[in-house]
Each structure stands twice: as structure tokens, then as C-alpha cells.
Ligand binder design. Structure first.
Ligand SMILES: Cc1ncc(COP(=O)(O)O)c(C=O)c1O
Length: 486
């Protein structure tokens, strides 16, 4: 614990005073619930901006002699205000559905700063991307170049495309967020069927093997359609919540082998290599947090060495961090309802603390077994603690928000608990299960936030040090009823 009363996983502006009251920029959790209702997602915009700048500047420093570009992965968290804020910091935005594209455009991003992903893009999505001159449309399967070219031709445009390559790297915090091994739906394989991508190292991949793989065939196809398609580069996203640089390095080396092979076969130097996202964050007090500068420095070193070996100039290197930028900037705040001690067969007791949200606003524990921690946020509580599990109000026993946490033994109905590091894949994965109303997202920031000119003019709750306003409003019963046409 530092003198903020909290560990390093909380936003820098969070404080837990001696009386246990949690605040962000001087606004207490109880004040936020009092003004905006409960439960809430709270997003610290200063923290978002600081982290975006840190990533952007770390990439520029690591690759000091070549150009870098950073796209924020909107799937982690998206709103018009976040788009305005991040575009204002020089970031691009990665989208993968019509909804994400529309929000990014409505947030003021110009098409050239947008990326379109997707393993099953609709014609409507491709048309919107082509019509708005998206910076990159990332080709995910062999039939896409023809589809994109036909749409570009019809619209009188030339579409900028990249090819997403599955390198065979198996990385990521959970099977469902590991995206570059062979048995999953994304991308185009680097190697021909039968070549053991998972066992090979970049160095052991022969040029002939790479040249005969599906990825290179798709690159050739795009080149043959260059009247309608501009080939921008190659892309590799290997997964999410990855803790070390090693897997990124191996993937980068493999895509550089492909770049070299394409130069050898077709005399074309691919201008850009996009390494996707996946950079990990600490969720628990004792988790190690990734030093992004060290990680990007290691990737840059390896890419420079590989490029020198190939005799090709360094490409533009781009990144798509989502979680790393927004996860630690977000906190979820809930009000406690039923508190129920349960006696376990080993003789111990676990107290189930039910709150007014649950798996509908944070599915990650149920989906990935993700672990979180929590604090009592409105008072310090008894010195004696209890083994608690924070659960939601849904009709599933797997409706768990925090599997194991020590809470004061006198936690009771009406208390407020806060869960840190919920800024990514919380609100964007939220559902209306049990016809739940998805919580509001409240933006908080310091009064002197430099990015404030990018913020909305919604009504503000003020403290001496900061302000809060609704960034995304809570669902209402009227919203639910309006979808139901009877
Ligand atoms: C293509 C792509 N890029 C970037 C990301 C962002 O990953 P993360 O939030 O782990 O940085 C994802 C996440 O699934 C992705 O699929």
C-alpha cells in the first residue's frame, strides 16, 4: 500500500482515507452513487490520457528510427468521448463492427485514422470503411480481397488493406483470447497445411515454406488487384493479457520472414507491420504489471535485428492496445444487498456478499475465470475480516464478480464496494441478462485535465479537485420496453 491507502493497481488519483472512504479526484464513491445511482462504472479520464501517452511515447522511443502508430482497440471500451480524447492524443481507433465504426466516426475520428477488423465482415461494414477511406481494412480470409476490391471499384475508391497472418504462436491469458494458433477462426495461416507452426521458431522457417503458405498467396492476390486495393502491410494479433515480450517477438520475427519472402517472390516491400494488442495489466494487488517501455524496447531490438538480416528497411510498426490503456482507468462501484455466510464442507465459512449488478456488467470472471479484488468503499469497517465472495443478482451460481477477497467482517446491506481494473471488456461485454439495466459509465477527471476541451458538455458533479459526468447513461426500463414490439 502506498500513502494513497491503495495498491498500484488503482488509478493514480484514487485515495482511500483512514476512515475507509474511497475517492477519485476528490469525489467519493458514495457521492458518485448518490448522484448517478448504483451500480456504476467509473472511468478516470486523466488515467486514460496518461496511459495513452505512455504507450504512444514508449513506442516512439523504442522504434526511434522508424515510424510508429498506435490504434486504440475500441472493443476494450468505446464511447464518443473516449474517441475524441484519444484521437486528440494522436491515436487511431481499431473497430470491428458497424456499431464500433459508427461510434468512432460519430466521436469525430476521420476515416484515415480508423482500422476495420473482423473475421466475418458484412458488405455494409466494408462499404462504410471504403467510403470513409479507412486507414486499414484488415483482410481476415482468402475471399475478402475480391469482395473489398469489388466494393471499392463500385464506389470509385482504392481501399487500403492489410493481411492478418496467423503465425502459429499460442499466447494469451485464456484459450478464448489466444488468437494466432491454428485451431481458431482468425486470420490467414503463415505456413502451408502440415507445416508445424506451433513447434517451429522464426529462425527455422525456410523462405520456401513461408513462400508456399496461404498468407503469401493472399498478398499476391491483393497485388494483382492493385487497381482497387492498396497493399499497406501485414498484421499479427496473437492474443490478450500476455505478460512477456517473448511471444510478441516470435510473432514479429515470423511476420518479418513473410515480408522478406514476399520481397523475394514479388519484389514488393510491405510498408507496415501491425503487431496488434494484447499487453497485460495487473488485476490483483500482487500481480506484476508490465513495463511497457521494456517490452516495446525488446520487440524493437528483435525487429531491427531481423530487418537487418533481411536487408530490408524497417517497416512502419503499429500497435492496437486496448486493455493496457483503459483497464486500470476503470473502477466498478456496487451497493451491497444480501450478506449470507455459507458453511463449507471443510469446516470453513465463506460469506456471499450480493451486490446490485453481476455477470451482466462484468462477464469476465464467468467467461475466463478472471480474478479481481475489491474494497469496502464507504467506511473502514471492522478490523476483523471475513473470507468473502462478491456475487451478483443473476439466476446463475456462476454469477461471481470476485471469487475470493478479505472484507471487513461487518460488511452489511447498504455498504458500497469498489472493484478496480474494470475499465476494459466490462461495459463493452455487458448484457441485459435477466433484463438487467446496464450501468452508467461516469467519467471523472481532475479540474485541470488538459484533455478537457475534448470532453462532453454533460452536467457535472464537482469537487475541489475534480469533476464527474455521465459518459454513457444507464439503460432504463423504457429502453427495454422500446425494443419489445409486443
Ligand atoms: C485484432 C485485435 N487487436 C487488438 C485487440 C486488443 O487486445 P488487448 O485489449 O488485449 O490489447 C484485440 C482484442 O481482442 C484484437 O482482436
Amino acid at each position: 500500500m502506498s500513502d494513497t491507502g491503495l495498491s498500484q493497481i488503482w488509478p493514480a488519483a484514487a485515495r482511500r482515507a483512514d476512515d475507509g472512504v474511497l475517492s477519485l479526484h476528490g469525489l467519493t464513491a458514495a457521492q458518485l452513487c448518490g448522484s448517478f445511482g448504483s451500480p456504476l462504472y467509473v472511468m478516470d479520464l486523466d488515467e486514460v490520457v496518461t496511459r495513452a501517452r505512455t504507450f504512444r511515447d514508449a513506442a516512439a522511443r523504442a522504434f526511434s528510427t522508424s515510424t510508429t502508430s498506435v490504434s486504440f482497440a475500441g472493443k476494450a471500451f468505446l464511447s464518443k468521448e473516449i474517441v475524441r480524447l484519444l484521437v486528440g492524443e494522436g491515436l487511431h481507433v481499431d473497430t470491428c463492427t458497424l456499431g464500433e465504426m459508427r461510434i468512432a466516426l460519430a466521436g469525430g475520428a476521420v476515416g484515415r485514422s480508423l482500422v476495420l477488423h473482423g473475421n466475418n465482415k458484412s458488405d455494409e461494414e466494408i462499404e462504410l470503411a471504403v467510403a470513409n477511406d479507412f486507414g486499414k481494412i484488415v483482410v481476415d480470409s482468402a475471399d475478402e480481397p475480391e469482395r473489398i476490391a469489388a466494393i471499392a471499384r463500385r464506389l470509385g475508391k482504392r481501399a487500403r488493406v492489410m493481411v492478418r497472418v496467423t503465425t502459429g504462436i499460442h499466447a494469451g491469458g485464456h484459450e478464448y483470447i489466444s488468437t494466432a494458433h491454428e485451431d481458431q477462426k482468425f486470420g490467414i495461416p503463415l505456413l502451408p497445411a502440415g507445416a508445424a507452426a506451433n513447434d517451429a521458431t522464426a529462425a527455422s522457417l525456410s523462405m520456401d515454406t513461408v513462400a508456399s503458405g496461404p498468407a503469401l498467396a493472399v498478398l499476391k492476390d491483393i497485388l494483382a488487384r492493385s487497381e482497387d486495393l492498396e497493399l499497406v502491410g501485414i498484421h499479427s494479433h496473437i492474443g490478450s493479457q500476455i505478460h512477456s515480450a517473448d511471444a510478441f517477438i516470435e510473432a514479429a520475427q515470423r511476420v518479418l520472414r513473410l515480408r522478406e519472402a514476399f520481397w523475394a517472390t514479388d519484389g514488393f516491400v510491405l510498408p507496415e507491420v501491425d503487431l496488434g494488442g494484447g499487453y497485460s495489466v495487473a488485476y490483483l494487488d500482487d500481480d506484476e504489471s508490465m513495463d511497457i517501455q521494456t517490452t516495446l524496447d525488446a520487440i524493437a531490438d528483435a525487429m531491427r535485428t531481423e530487418s537487418q538480416k533481411s536487408g530490408l528497411p524497417m517497416p512502419v510498426v503499429s500497435f492496437e492496445p486496448g486493455r493496457w490503456i483503459v483497464a486500470p482507468a476503470g473502477i466498478s462501484v456496487y451497493t451491497v444487498g444480501t450478506v449470507k455466510p455459507v458453511h463449507l464442507s471443510d469446516g470453513s465459512t465463506r460469506t456471499y456478499v450480493s451486490v446490485d449488478g453481476g455477470m451482466s456488467d462484468n462477464i469476465r470472471p464467468a467467461l475466463y475465470g478472471a480474478d479481481y479484488t475489491a474494497v469496502l468503499a464507504n467506511r473502514s469497517g471492522a478490523a476483523e475480516t471475513m473470507h468473502a465472495r462478491i456475487v451478483g443478482l443473476h439466476c446463475e451460481s456462476g454469477d461471481i464478480l470476485v471469487h475470493d477477497v478479505e472484507l471487513p467482517a461487518d460488511v452489511r446491506r447498504g455498504d458500497i464496494v469498489a472493484i478496480p481494473v474494470t475499465g476494459a471488456y466490462g461495459r463493452t461485454m455487458a448484457s441485459n441478462y435477466n433484463q438487467a439495466l446496464r450501468p452508467a459509465v461516469i467519467a471523472v477527471s481532475s479540474s485541470d485535465n488538459e484533455g478537457s476541451e475534448h470532453m462532453s458538455d454533460a452536467p457535472r458533479l464537482l469537487s475541489e479537485h475534480g469533476e464527474a459526468h455521465v459518459m454513457l447513461r444507464r439503460d432504463t426500463i423504457a429502453d427495454l420496453l422500446s425494443l419489445d414490439l409486443g
